[in-house]
Ligand binder design. Sequence first.
Ligand SMILES: Nc1ncnc2c1ncn2[C@@H]1O[C@H](COP(=O)(O)OP(=O)(O)OP(=O)(O)O)[C@@H](O)[C@H]1O
Length: 725
Amino acid sequence: MRFVRQLDQTDCGPACLSMVASHYKRNYTLGFLRDQSYITRDGVSVSGLREAAGKIGFNVITCQLDPASLKQREGLFPCILHWQQNHFVVLTGIKESRGSKKIRYRVADPALGPITINDEAFRRSWLSGSEEGIAIFLHLQDDLPVVKSSDHKEITFKSVLHYLLPFKRQLGVMMLMLALGSIINFAFPFLMQQMIDKGVAQKNLDLITMLLLAQVSLYTGSMVIEIIRNWLILHIGSKISISIISNFLKKLLQLPLKFFDSKMMGDFNQRIKDNEKIEVFLTSQSPVIFFSVITFSVFFIVLWYYNFTILSVYLLLTVVAVSWTMLWMSKRKLLSHQRFQNRSHNQELVSEILNGVAEIKLNNLEDYKRSQWEKIQLLLYNINKRLLKFDQFQLSGFEFINQIKNILITFLAAYYTIKGEITLGQLLSISYIVGQMNSPINQLVLFLRSLQDARLSLERLNEVENQPVEPEGIVTNLREGGFSLNNVTFRYGGPTSANALKDVSIRIPAGKVTAIVGASGSGKTTLMKLLLRFYEPTNGQISLNNTGIDKISQKHLWANCGVVMQDGMIFSDSIERNIATSDEDICVKRLQQASDIANISSYINTLPLKYRTKIGVAGNGLSGGQKQRILIARAVYKDPDFIFFDEATSALDAENEKIIHNNLQRFFKDKTVVIIAHRLSTVKHADQIIVLKHGRVVEQGNHQELAGMKNEYYNLVKNQLELGN
Ligand SMILES: Nc1ncnc2c1ncn2[C@@H]1O[C@H](COP(=O)(O)OP(=O)(O)OP(=O)(O)O)[C@@H](O)[C@H]1O
């Protein structure tokens, strides 16, 4: 079975499935399995995992078992276990020692790696306090055709190397600097040998002075080279880092909104930070290793020329030292991965605490949230401790072997000098050469570590890079025709999850106002999001002006829509920039008109900087109603063909609402408008009202017709829409 690491906090289910599939010689990418298992921000549910496994050809049996019964089913391993009630792992085997009868479980934890744990730890995690735990057994159905994993393009280092292309000139200079540095290095041993053998032996003080002066100028030269090189690294590194992150953000913003439903923001933040490792690898480690190899090879030949035995001892011990370092690489990899996961979790929690300060204080959650944060810090501390331990073992062991090597070589060189096989000058140059040859080996170890870090970062980047972007779609006339929905059903999760909308067949006429009403959770927002192409319907079709909405360019559609969502976002920018988001050059007349319609201009004019006033992230410094009015002004400024308002005036007082409502009536003329509202005043004048109940359309008509029916709408109006008596 191939071990598959989870890339994000929510990935454990698909990673387990991928591991079990690999046991049956079927390879599926995490991304593919993620799509099949209806992942959400909470990860994958047991039923989502079952569905995904079923789709790729496995018979799935989910059981609740006690540890003894689990052991009896050993023939069906590897199986997936529900772990600590919020995670999945793969159980690959159970071992019972003959003497002590102690049981040990072999578990592949996608977050930690393959581990072996004792009975107590296993029960604690699997049973989580109850008698039985959940186990998912998978059995491959031979007769089913192999389901192909979708195309998965690997980002290789080659494809990342193109980031270096724009810096050809600077890189050339850097290489030249490194080459000069290497040449200077080669000169030292020969200078030293000449100084001892010719200068000291022949008591030639002039020669010694000359050689030492030559050394001083060479040292100065190498110092200058180092300074220039560091500046170049900083320059190229920062530019590359900007391009990598900018490309990452560009790709991220092209992805469908659905992708973000299953992602934690911390994972993205951490990815952006992680990009640094690729930059370090490209700018610092790669060019250096290139010259290290050259330096090493040249000194290798020189040492061979001096003494072959010394070279052989040197090589043997170097191989031992490098092998020692490699031994720790895989352990380091797992820990770096765990650190990534915990750091993203940490980021997520910190931003939750900072964004939800008021809510946390009001609900006395301070201690709970702080202790949650402390727990993550403890985990991070433990991981860092283990990483440091491994690093110390890795590097100290390497250093130790190196020192032994130096001592042994000094001894051998002294021995050959005493025997008269080499001169004193040669002895000194050999010591110098060995010292110099250590540096490329150190560079190699650093290079390998940097390569490993960069590889992990690439793997995570690759995950985003491999996501299919929204297809281009066609650009067509959207104004006429209106929307028509044909038997539309929609579920947020897999087939076993509840329908948010069921068999909805309606028309939303162009140039008219359609209001959607219904109790909370009846599917109003979902319906609006489907019209806006946030999601694809699970079944049925939605068309706009007789063209399937999935064929229309999303960019084109959104450019024609003015949308105010319940959780509309105010950016940390000036008021004018928050209203005129769609224009680079703001049209002052339209800005004022939009603010007038949204009845916010008088407030803006009381501010010292008026439209230039800066407002905080999420609209700090504005009241709920003011935020809503700015959002309305934003939609109006855009002057689109389609308007979608989801509770756009819910935070406004009756008077303000009335004014805005009247202003909007003129603005709505000839536009296709969809409004979700709980207030009768907003809904009453709509050309068409659609009543939703449990995701189904139960009534449809205008206010008079529906009120006259004295059914759902009537009751809703009486109880919810403030009709009163
Ligand atoms: N992102 C989501 N993932 C899973 N389920 C969701 C998601 N968003 C909404 N739902 C579910 O879909 C159903 C319909 O939700 P929707 O937000 O459309 O209701 P609504 O009528 O707009 O409610 P409200 O008036 O309270 O805003 C609800 O049962 C809700 O729990």
